[in-house]
Design a protein around this ligand. Structure first.
Ligand SMILES: Cc1cc2nc3c(=O)[nH]c(=O)nc-3n(C[C@H](O)[C@H](O)[C@H](O)COP(=O)(O)OP(=O)(O)OC[C@H]3O[C@@H](n4cnc5c(N)ncnc54)[C@H](O)[C@@H]3O)c2cc1C
Length: 411
């Protein structure tokens, strides 16, 4: 048989454990936080419990204290965790930390792993990622922050950053800065590990955004900081991955982040669709239950179809990752699709909830304002579509068909 959609038993087992974890522990914890219990207490309790059950850092190898899940099992787990806004956080796999942990794991020296990665993996510390500047976002090769070597022992950084998620809650920052302005565009930048707080890395403010502020906003990365970098001294041993490799490491890091957003979107959309179904099966208007209206059934059908496409995309990408195949085209397509999919499903759920959907008595309104950012972060829609479109044309020119860049290797 050419295509096997059967999920291995171990992956099914871990998915079932995480699903139960989210439903039995995380969703009730949301209510405790909403009822004004201290999020720090609730979160600390959740984390202790999760870790005791072996539910911790799913994608980190076992020798580093994680669950050692491969791409498929991790995708299945993340697709559950995203149902609750404390899901990923409870298992120490929240963004932006997750992708940054992977970056240090892949590129860090043994000393850097010991000093910086270990406390992150233990959940004792948080890390943020400072790449974007007012001067440069979608095209990160326009970054202006400079790093100049000061003798052999230090670099000195000057510049600015903005929209560094979770910087206000972080103990470490990975900061990208230009080390060689004369090098080819993609080799001008290096990444530095900066210990916080640090007088040279001054958080000017958490930028108010359209996302609703909640008790967990800042700790979860809902706070996005504007930063002044002034005479920031970084020891040379804190250079990560060698000079000139910052840009490539950043792209590698974003690739995981994009997928994680997509996986969480599936979970969020699934919960929103369940809520919508719950609403229409319990409410009547004009003398008829809402779920008997064909217009309503069509709305649910469209959401279910989009969720199905999204799941298939992620499963195919996980399959490619398991096999070590090139998945860049699929990753870009899925990143854009899943950001729109979740927006559509949550919007539909709000519509079917009426005024209740607009209120903050359900998670829908908060999701709605948060997920708008996904069409901007980790490469805006247009930049991914630009790349996808160029690949489509290239494939046609090379092979006389676009199939290889349109999922054609699936069948
Ligand atoms: C909630 C949130 C969290 C973030 N977290 C982080 C973080 O932790 N660390 C970090 O470093 N950055 C972070 N960012 C920044 C994010 O990565 C950038 O916003 C993103 O890269 C886009 O850059 P920009 O905002 O400067 O938009 P610009 O580069 O100014 O682009 C603006 C718009 O122009 C269009 N555009 C750009 N290029 C093209 C093109 N080639 N073709 C057609 N249209 C194009 C797109 O519509 C794009 O949205 C975050 C942003 C948000 C909103």
């Amino acid at each position: 048989m050419a295509i096997d959609f059967e999920i291995p038993d171990e992956a099914k087992e871990v998915r079932a454990r995480v699903r139960k974890w989210v439903h039995d522990e995380c969703i009730p914890a949301e209510k405790r936080i909403k009822d004004k219990e201290s999020y720090k207490t609730v979160l600390a309790e959740l984390r202790t419990k999760a870790r005791a059950q072996g539910l911790w850092c799913p994608f980190i190898p076992k020798e580093y204290g994680g669950m050692g899940l491969g791409p498929l099992a991790n995708a299945l787990v993340q697709m559950e965790l995203g149902e609750s806004y404390v899901g990923a956080l409870s298992m120490n796999s929240q963004g932006p930390d997750d992708a940054t942990m992977l970056t240090i794991l892949t590129h860090g020296t043994e000393d850097q792993k010991e000093r910086f990665l270990k406390p992150l993996l233990n959940g004792e510390k948080r890390v943020c990622y400072s790449m974007t500047e007012k001067a440069a976002g979608a095209d990160a090769t326009g970054m202006q922050t400079r790093a100049v070597k000061d003798g052999n022992e230090n670099y000195v950084l000057n510049g600015e950053k903005w929209f560094s998620s979770a910087a206000s809650a972080a103990d470490l920052a990975l900061v990208m800065a230009m080390t060689d302005p004369e090098a080819p565009r993609h080799q001008r930048y290096s990444t530095f590990i900066v210990e916080l707080p640090n007088p040279g890395y001054r958080i000017k403010r958490d930028i108010p955004t359209m996302a609703l502020e909640g008790p967990l906003s800042h700790i979860m990365g809902g706070g996005h900081a504007e930063i002044e970098i002034k005479d920031l001294k970084v020891p040379a041993e804190n250079l990560l991955g060698g000079e000139g490799n910052g840009f490539n490491m950043g792209q590698h890091r974003l690739a995981y982040g994009r997928l994680r957003h997509g996986m969480h979107n599936i979970a969020m959309a699934q919960r929103a669709l369940d809520m919508a179904a719950g609403r229409v099966t319990s409410r009547e208007t004009f003398g008829k239950p809402l779920h008997e209206r064909q217009a309503v059934q069509f709305m649910l059908a469209e959401c279910a179809t989009q969720l199905y496409i999204g799941r298939l995309m992620l499963m195919h990408i996980a399959y490619k990752a398991e096999k070590g195949l090139d998945l860049r085209q699929e990753n870009s397509m899925a990143k854009v699709y899943l950001a729109h999919m979740v927006h559509h499903v949550v919007d539909t759920a709000i519509q079917l909830h009426g005024a209740l959907g607009y209120s903050q008595d359900t998670p829908l309104a908060r999701w709605y304002t948060q997920i708008r950012s996904q069409r901007l972060v980790d490469g805006p829609d247009e930049v991914h579509r630009w790349t996808v479109g160029r690949n489509v044309i290239k494939a046609f020119q090379q092979h006389g068909t676009t199939a290889s860049m349109a999922g054609g290797d699936l069948v």
